[in-house]
Design a protein. Structure first.
Length: 527
């Protein structure tokens, strides 16, 4: 029924359109009456297909709006090279930081896709498909949704060859013991190298125009063996022409993991910019915290040394910035960090009957850092800018300074065992810096920079307790032509402090009359 009704409506519309057009153009009656039987073939109306003006349409069609094409960019690039090495491969300097392999490898491969709302990219560098797959390379993947989301994942692998002809062999009976051969011809070379692999994941989210939330996770692994310089006691009866102590190198095992977790929040509204960051860094030594080696100059003698301890660093930072006017801006930074770790103490020697154990073998460290800085940036005139700066930094070590009593005997140079207490010394210090600098654009080709700075340093447990630094600089810059420029400057830098030559004597050997030699003063504390 509905179909019949629809067909009737369509027929009626066709009749009305045709009827009205015929009346308008021909001014004829609605129909031609029959004149006789011979006219019975005439129809009552003129069909649309028989219109006298076929170029004219019977209705106005709906205007079709074409949809815009989707605009996007897709690019890919690959660079491949064939490498032939012609050098002394036994040289540690030749391939200290790179794997120099013969053959075909991919130097660079990149892929990018971008549209009006988002983009995706990836990149890989230094891939050896026929030898070491990404053993020495870099790669990352990134995705961005404009104004909303940024995500990046990256990895890098970085080898470091220290030496290719190390004359050390690995002792399989004790995985933490190394024997140094006296005869290089009998030594078995060990690959003294480390592999450093890092992975990172970055995330940034912008829920609005003024707020940014960011986070980052980074993990670094370092494995292998690296040279470790140690001191061994020699047997003067067997080696009369050798110094009582000999400096040797062993291959220290390395298996470190460093993890960093960052969380950030930033607010911006054109006048105020606030940044809040929370960072946690964790270092883990996956091996033992000591290295034992065989003394090549004395039978049944060993040496022992400490390696890196596990520790954690936690940092909080707050960076408020205020824009008062277009010419005045204040930038501040407040940061606080705390370092915690448990340091395991080990005796220096493992010689039977000489070495021993510490009664207090663990020290819990407590180190804190505080930083505050403020910069007031002004532009009093269009061609003059001034910056007033203040910075305060304090390093405080509150690790317990309890005296380690009844320490195990220490092997002196003559081989005897000497017992004396060890008093740990932990340095704390703070610096206060106040400065003023500015720039004056005299002409388009001439400018003048000048500044003055004063720094006061206060230390504990050092040869210089109070120190002062003063600095003045003046620089004239000139662009003589489009191809020639010149600079003329003067800097005055002065550091002063009272150096205590008896500092080490009071700490390490108060009963001795020997003071520190004047030429052996700490270089960082020299006037």
């Amino acid at each position: 029924m509905k179909r019949l009704f629809l067909i009737a409506i369509i027929i009626l519309l066709i009749v009305n359109v045709a009827f009205s057009q015929e009346k308008t153009e021909n001014q004829e009656p609605l129909f031609t009456p029959a004149e006789g039987p011979e006219k019975k073939e005439d129809i009552l109306y003129t069909p649309a297909g028989q219109a006298e003006t076929p170029e004219e349409i019977l209705f106005t069609p709906v205007v079709q709006i074409e949809k815009p094409e989707k605009l996007y960019t897709l690019t890919a690039e690959i660079i491949s090279e064939f490498q032939s090495i012609n050098l002394d491969k036994e040289s540690s300097k030749a391939q200290e930081y790179r794997i120099l392999a013969d053959g075909l490898y991919i130097r660079d491969f990149s892929l990018y896709y971008g549209s009006q709302t988002q983009e995706f990219g990836g990149k890989i560098e230094r891939v050896f498909p026929l030898s070491d797959l990404i053993a020495d390379g870099y790669g990352d993947l990134s995705y961005r949704r404009y104004g909303l989301l940024d995500v990046t994942f990256g990895l890098s692998k970085f080898p470091h060859d220290y030496a290719n002809d190390a004359k050390t062999i690995f002792n399989l009976e004790n995985p933490y013991t190394y024997r140094v051969q006296q005869s290089p011809t009998t030594a078995v070379p060990v690959n003294v190298s480390t592999q450093r692999d890092s992975y990172n994941l970055l995330f940034k989210f912008s829920p609005g125009d003024r707020l940014i939330i960011s986070s980052a996770l980074t993990m670094e692994e370092r494995k292998g063996r690296r040279p470790f310089t140690v001191e061994s006691l020699t047997d003067t009866t067997q080696y009369p022409f050798i110094n009582p102590t000999a400096i040797i190198e062993i291959a220290e095992p390395v298996d470190y993991t460093t993890t960093a977790i960052d969380l950030g929040l930033e607010y911006m509204d054109g006048t105020i910019d606030l940044q809040l960051n929370n960072n946690l860094r964790i270092f883990v030594n996956n091996l033992r915290d000591e290295v034992i080696w065989d003394n090549p100059y004395k039978d049944a003698a060993y040496g022992r040394a400490k390696v890196a301890d596990d520790h954690t660093v936690h940092t909080l930072s707050f960076k408020p910035s205020v824009k008062f006017t277009d010419r005045i801006r204040l930038i501040n930074t407040l940061s606080y960090s705390k370092v915690t770790s448990s340091m395991d103490l080990v005796p220096v020697t493992t010689t039977p009957g000489v070495g021993g154990e510490f009664l207090r073998d663990v020290i819990d460290s407590d180190v804190r850092n505080l930083l505050f800085s403020s910069i007031l940036s002004t532009r009093p005139f269009a061609d003059v800018s001034l910056n007033m700066k203040y910075r305060y930094y304090a390093h405080k070590n509150d690790t317990p300074k309890t005296e380690i009593d009844e320490t195990p005997p220490y092997v002196m140079l003559d081989g005897s065992a000497t017992l004396y207490p060890r008093i740990p010394r932990y340095m704390s210090y703070n610096t206060k810096t106040l400065g003023l600098d500015g720039a004056w654009v005299i002409t388009e080709r001439l400018s003048l920079d000048a500044g003055i700075e004063n720094e006061d340093i206060s230390r504990d447990e050092r040869e210089v307790g109070e120190e002062n630094k003063k600095k003045v600089f003046l620089t004239l810059r000139s662009r003589l032509s489009d191809k020639l420029s010149g600079m003329l400057g003067y800097i005055y830098d002065r550091r002063r402090g009272d150096y205590d030559q008896t500092y080490y004597k009071a700490i390490y050997d108060p009963n001795s009359n020997v003071d520190q030699h004047p030429l052996l003063r700490a270089f960082d504390l020299s006037e």
